[in-house]
Design a protein around this ligand. Structure first.
Ligand code: ADP
Ligand code: ASP
Ligand code: MG
Length: 446
């Protein structure tokens, strides 16, 4: 059994759906389990339509008051359905449901995390049905499966739900029994209470890896719009080149520190079950892509430079810190309580600096910290990360980073050699970050 996951860019148009169906057909002997994202851009539009609904004047009787983005969602799917000669009626019920939900949002003037997950789920539910229909046209016995019907049951943590511990077993059992090729919705699940959930933006990669680990797939293939994991985001560094292979640890660090190509949690389930992950380009399937393997098979070398924006730097000063055992533990308990993850930390005897995602709830955490320390908050920061097993063996990398950025008058506000020894992480102002990536890419990879 293999997992084939197709992202939104790979199913952006009717032609792309046909292309993906052909790719799947070519692998039919390997028993593919397909995981699919929403059509490119649809998840954003579904959420935007929710925001627009908050602005609509509620009226129970008026039928014509729809959010503008819902119309766009309809048009995008309609064009695909017409081209593929699929019956638009088949999908009508989804639009009727969505219109009702948006009306509810405009009446309640509330777009809660639970409602966000509910509306988001329609993207994947529609695309899975379109792809299954394309496969059926190729005479393949395929069926769309909503993830929960395959056993993808999660916690109730809307917008960031976690798979329940007994779900892998259920997934394995349910998928094992399917006597058809399943096209499973990525990104979404359902809680035991029956509420639809999502596992975080870009989460279809993570779904694919969770499902792959559950069924002990031979390989997890992530099909996207670039020819593998590259030395940097090609949108930032146009000279970026795809990498032949990476270790699990390198890929995990890359995705955690901003390489959008993989959802940050994708690697963990694959790593646990030692299942190789192959990142391939659905537009250029002949290219080899990037193979991610267990550590033992890694190649040394510096692999990539990544960028994570939307970072907040928090500086804590407390003169009593030295004599106060448990100070750091108090600090971290607050972040734990608010479910905020801390990426980079630097400490001295009277000062701690740390970086956080600009996540919901960070203001509350800061106000609690102010009760026992002086707190300074700096927004609009970015984390840049150099990743590769080679960092361990190569002296002087930090020196080169300081020189190259110093010459360009880019201030490094914090630096940390990752505990894993395969990353070198530093913090700069967001406004300097694009330039910094270009300079570092040129220095280390071109
Ligand atoms: P999908 O729709 O297939 O899930 P995404 O847009 O989520 O695709 O991820 C692919 C994009 O990730 C690429 O188009 C590229 O711009 C971006 N990206 C960021 N960092 C990297 C990297 N190191 N290597 C390749 N792509 C990267
Ligand atoms: N459609 C979802 C999103 O846009 C999940 C994914 O594409 O992986 O976030
Ligand atoms: Mg993605």
């Amino acid at each position: 059994m293999i997992i084939m996951k197709f992202g939104g860019t790979s199913v952006g148009t009717a032609e792309r759906f046909l292309n993906v169906a052909n790719l799947i057909q070519g692998k039919i002997a390997e028993k593919p389990v397909v995981v699919v994202s929403a059509v490119g851009g649809i998840t954003n539009l579904l959420l935007q339509a929710g925001e627009e609904s908050l602005q609509l004047e509620p009226s129970i009787s008026k039928q014509e008051e729809f959010p503008a983005s819902l119309k766009r969602i309809y048009e995008i799917h309609d064009e695909i359905l017409k081209f593929l000669q699929l019956d638009p009626e088949f999908f009508q019920k989804f639009y009727v449901e969505l219109s009702e939900i948006y009306k509810g949002i405009s009446l309640l003037k509330e777009f809660s995390p639970r409602a966000r997950d509910l509306v988001s789920s329609y993207g994947e539910r529609i695309s899975a049905r379109i792809l299954a229909a394309c496969l059926q046209k190729l005479k393949i016995n395929a069926q769309a499966v909503d993830a929960w019907d395959a056993g993808f049951i999660t916690t109730n943590d809307f917008t960031n739900a976690r798979l329940l511990p007994d779900s892998p077993h259920k997934l394995n059992e349910a998928i094992g029994k399917m006597n058809f090729l399943p096209v499973i919705t990525g990104f979404i699940g359902k809680s035991r209470e029956g509420h639809i959930t999502t596992i975080g933006r870009g989460g279809s990669d993570f779904s694919a890896s969770l499902i792959g680990a559950a069924v002990q797939a031979g390989i997890i293939e992530i099909w996207t719009d670039v020819s593998g994991i590259m030395t940097s985001d090609p949108r930032l560094a146009p000279q970026a080149k795809p990498l032949d292979s990476l270790s699990f640890q390198e890929a995990a660090e890359l995705s955690y520190f901003g390489a959008k190509i993989l959802h940050p949690k994708t690697i963990e389930p694959a790593m646990r079950k030692k299942i190789p992950v192959l990142v391939k380009n659905s537009f250029k399937p002949e290219e080899p892509g990037t193979l991610i393997l267990p550590e033992s098979e890694k190649e040394p070398g510096l692999k990539a430079v990544t960028l994570k924006r939307g970072i907040v730097r928090v500086n804590l000063y407390s003169s009593g810190m030295l004599e106060a055992p448990g100070f750091l533990s108090r600090v971290f308990k607050i972040f734990e309580k608010h479910e905020i993850s801390v990426d980079v930390i630097a400490t001295s005897e009277v000062n701690v600096s740390l970086t956080l995602d600009h996540a919901d709830g960070f203001e509350k955490a800061v106000s609690e910290l102010s009760e026992f320390a002086d707190v300074e908050v700096e927004r609009d920061r970015a984390i840049i990360c150099l990743v590769g097993e080679g960092l361990k063996q190569t002296p002087g990398i930090a020196g080169r980073v300081f020189k190259i950025l110093g010459d360009a008058c880019i201030n490094i506000e914090m630096i940390s050699q990752g505990a894993s020894q395969i990353n070198l992480t530093f913090v700069v102002r967001s406004s300097d970050s694009d330039k910094a990536i270009k300079l570092l890419h040129r220095e280390f990879f071109e």
